[in-house]
Design a protein around this ligand. Structure first.
Ligand code: HEC
Length: 97
């Protein structure tokens, strides 16, 4: 195998990784308003990624409004094995965009 093939493959892999990591919204300090709020939004994002992506791919934040998210996350709570405060953090993140 030639080195340029390896490099090309690596490049495609990196583009894929960057495209995927950009797809999921990350809250900013500007949006959150305070470091404290930003930290809880980031905690919610982490919980969402870790608890909600194992059975199906993660749904985009703009796929549902806050009422629909509430219903969906209520319905998924048992499947995701999350407690009520974890659910609140996830919902806060999902509605923060
Ligand atoms: C144990 C597997 C599992 C986990 C974990 C899980 N889900 Fe699901 N989810 C499913 C299945 C199966 C469906 C499709 C069937 C259904 O709608 O009940 C689904 C459907 C959905 C839908 C689509 C509902 C619709 O009306 O089309 C959303 C949104 C969703 N899940 C969000 C979440 C969120 C948010 C979490 C984390 C809190 C989560 N899921 C965790 C299995 C899971």
């Amino acid at each position: 195998m030639q080195i340029k093939h390896i490099l090309a493959g690596f490049g495609i892999l990196m583009i894929g990784l960057i495209a995927c990591s950009e797809a999921l919204y990350t809250p900013t300090l500007e949006k959150a308003g305070s470091t404290e709020h930003l930290n809880s939004l980031l905690e919610g994002r982490k919980l969402y990624v870790n608890s909600c992506g194992s059975c199906h791919s993660l749904h985009r934040l703009d796929e549902y409004n806050s009422v629909e998210w509430q219903k969906n996350v209520d319905r998924m709570q048992r499947k995701a094995k999350i407690n009520d405060s974890q659910k609140q953090l996830i919902l806060e993140y999902l509605n923060s965009k």
